[in-house]
Design a protein around this ligand. Structure first.
Ligand code: NDP
Ligand code: 2IT
Length: 456
């Protein structure tokens, strides 16, 4: 048997390069997955070399390889009788610290690279939550936008008919993500229950009436804002009066906006894939109520919001040109590029916290870091969603529901703890590197569990 190399004799830069070359060769063309792995590897790979138990056991290399991937046909029928074929996926990424856990994305851009990046991020995020959650992600290239409720139901039933073979309340527990909200979770839960004849918490993000957790709809957005509060607290500052640019207008954006407003901040933008709206005075309660109806009931476009309230609407643009103190990208990956970041810095941004997964490109992150902008990576700042999913699982297991106040308090405590872990591993003189902190803190827990469980 080959003797494992002593990493202290190796050049970390060369080893990292060798490692990234290997990952590129194994995952050709998977742009988003390679981006996510590289972002973690630059912090974690040198760390494993300083801690030879991880390096010699190839723990990080193992983490980059999904435990298994399912890809399957999802046939369904439109209301006018046309046959449609979608492609469904579930990635079971890592089960070292708990059953696979992560959302389902329904969007026409869904492909293997995007789901692998999301599943990979979920390893570190779920570890940071302090709860026993492994990592997974799934979805389909189905586009729910413009589809009737019946079409969405037929798709969800067909998708679950295959997915049900691979998941279970102690195996793999999916939830929402882009395009998957409580409507889709409801249809999927109904189909699972019908097929298996068991009422168990196999999905999270359920409505309260059949086992959902209070505060789960709010959790990602609220959690992100709680995280920002912690970041500002270290600077002896708070959100009162801060001008905030939010992107997106879906689940995460809606509740990030709500919590910002509750804390006295001014939310000046919202967006969707068509463009963004600008309200220099900040959203008010009536506007927020309208947003909820527009997006969750009428399923309309954000341009209509601008029309209704006589606000400026910028089609085909993203909200990063406006003057703001805090920016919360809450729509999708790579929605803040280097140029956007330069513009935000020029306009005086102090904090950028990711509500979405990987919304900032590596160039944008570099700009923020160089300019000492407080930057929180999604795996830390958007972990509140999956954390309350973990709490939903706990409530389902004990067949009990906690009050809003109880769940909100647990969410707050978890976000505080995540912040603490980021500071512990990311403190660097006068600056905190939240990315490094989140990457290493997230890694250590999973890595130790993998070591304890042997070569599996
Ligand atoms: P929703 O489907 O509720 O909302 C998505 C929002 O992002 C919509 O406003 C949508 O606009 C916009 N969007 C989606 N794709 C694009 C695109 N390619 N370009 C521009 N805008 C786009 O999803 P969520 O709010 O749940 O998710 C938003 C982000 O947060 C995602 O990155 C998700 O992975 C992440 N996240 C979600 C969690 C959750 O609990 N839901 C937890 C942690 C992270 P349009 O309607 O025009 O497509
Ligand atoms: O990206 C994410 O963390 C989510 N979409 C939520 C996952 C979950 O299981 O609640």
């Amino acid at each position: 048997m080959a003797t494992p190399m002593n990493p202290s004799k190796l050049d970390p830069k060369k080893e990292l390069k060798k490692f990234l070359t290997l990952i590129k060769r194994k995952n050709p063309g998977e742009r988003e997955f390679l981006q996510a792995v590289t972002e973690v590897a630059v912090d974690v790979f040198p760390f494993t070399m300083e801690h030879p138990k991880y390096f010699k056991n190839k723990i990080f290399e193992r983490m980059c390889e999904p435990e298994r991937i399912f890809i399957f046909r999802v046939p369904w029928m439109t209301d006018d009788g046309r046959i449609m074929i979608s492609r469904g996926y579930r990635i079971q990424m890592n089960s070292a610290i708990g059953p696979y856990k992560g959302g389902l994305r329904l969007h026409p851009t869904v492909n293997l690279s995007i789901l692998k990046f999301l599943a990979f991020e979920q390893i570190f995020k779920n570890s940071l939550t302090t709860l026993p959650l492994g990592a997974g992600k799934g979805g389909a290239d189905f586009d729910p936008r413009g589809r009737s409720d019946n079409e969405v139901m037929r798709f969800c039933q067909s998708y679950m008919t295959e997915l049900a073979k691979y998941i279970g309340n102690n195996i793999d527990i999916p939830a929402g993500d882009i395009g998957t909200g409580s409507r889709e979770i409801g249809y999927m839960f109904g189909q699972y229950k019908r097929m298996k004849n068991e009422f168990v918490g196999v999905l999270t993000g359920k409505e309260f009436s059949y086992g959902g957790s209070l505060i789960r709809p709010e959790a990602t957005g609220y959690g992100c804002v709680y995280f920002v509060e912690e970041m500002l607290k270290l600077k002896e500052d708070n959100l009162k009066g801060k001008v905030c640019a939010v992107s997106g207008s879906g689940n995460v954006a809606q509740f990030a906006a709500r919590k910002l407003m509750d804390l006295g901040a001014k939310v000046v933008t919202l967006s969707d894939s068509g463009g963004y709206i600008y309200n220099p005075d900040g959203l008010d309660d009536e506007q927020w109520g309208y947003l909820m109806k527009l997006k969750n009931v009428d399923r309309g476009r954000i341009s209509k919001f601008a029309e209704k309230f006589g606000l400026a609407y910028y089609p085909e643009e993203r909200p990063w040109k406006v003057k703001c103190d805090v920016a919360l990208p809450c729509a999708t990956q790579n929605e803040v590029n280097g140029e956007d970041a330069e513009m935000l810095v020029k306009n005086g941004v102090q904090v950028v916290a990711e509500g979405a997964n990987m919304p900032c490109t590596p160039e944008a992150i570099e700009v923020f870091t160089k300019n000492r902008v407080l930057y929180a990576p999604g795996k830390a700042s958007n972990a509140g969603g999956v954390a309350v999913s973990g709490l939903e699982m706990a409530q389902n297991s004990i067949r009990y529901s906690w009050t809003k106040e109880e769940v909100d308090k647990k969410l707050r405590d978890i976000m505080k703890e995540i912040h603490k872990q980021c500071v512990k591993y990311g403190e660097n003189g006068t600056q905190i590197n939240y990315m490094k902190g989140a990457n290493i803190a997230g890694f250590v827990k999973v890595a130790d569990a993998m070591l304890a469980q042997g070569l599996v």
